[in-house]
Design a protein around this ligand. Structure first.
Ligand SMILES: [Fe+2]
Length: 190
């Protein structure tokens, strides 16, 4: 948390990428330290994917989630509207990134940009608008756990889902479905 606060407070860092680069070493250290994230934060919510809140910045600038993908689960394709730094802690989550080709209102056209299977110690960034789209799925074996440092607080984190059929953005807010446990939740089309 100290590294994140220091990066956010450093006026010499010009943009989100520079701040993410400044946060990266602490994230690498955290995901390599066996006990930095409590075991309870690495558990699914009744077998479903969940983000377990590890830290919320008192100033509301960022939060830290231990994001759990049980074997066989997927986030679906979604967009983060502000920065994030993700460190992979356990398992082999596969992340697909998408490039936005066009947007008109809530209608977007995407194409796959890359696909990686991440392992413990790997760190990636969310840097919208260009690098805000992704999908995480866990093909197994075992449960995938990654540490997400995300902008703002969970309830304020801008998050949208991509509806494959209509190619439209659908609100996908993080909702606290159990104490300290946040799940991205599809909201019905208005
Ligand atoms: Fe995400």
């Amino acid at each position: 948390m100290v590294a994140v606060e220091r990066a956010l407070d450093d006026p010499a860092l010009p943009d989100d990428r520079a701040r993410a680069d400044a946060i990266r070493p602490a994230m690498v250290e955290l995901v390599h330290a066996g006990d930095a994230i409590p075991d309870a934060a690495c558990e699914s919510l009744d077998g479903a994917a969940v983000g377990n809140l590890v830290h919320a910045d008192p100033a509301g600038r960022f939060h830290v989630l231990a994001v759990v993908f049980p074997e066989g689960t997927s986030s679906g394709v979604h967009h983060h509207g502000c920065w994030g730094v993700i460190g992979y802690l356990r398992g082999g989550d596969e992340e697909t990134r998408y490039r936005e080709l066009a947007r008109e209102g809530d209608h977007v056209e995407l194409e796959e940009a890359s696909r990686h299977v991440w392992h413990q110690g790997d760190v990636t960034y969310l840097l919208p608008p260009e690098e805000g789209w992704h999908r995480v799925r866990n093909p197994g074996p075992g449960t995938g756990v990654s540490v997400h440092v995300l902008c703002r607080l969970p309830a304020d984190h801008p998050h949208h889902f991509y509806d494959r059929d209509s190619h439209r953005l659908v609100p996908f807010p993080l909702l606290e479905t159990a104490p300290g446990r946040w799940q991205a939740t599809l909201m019905p089309d208005p």
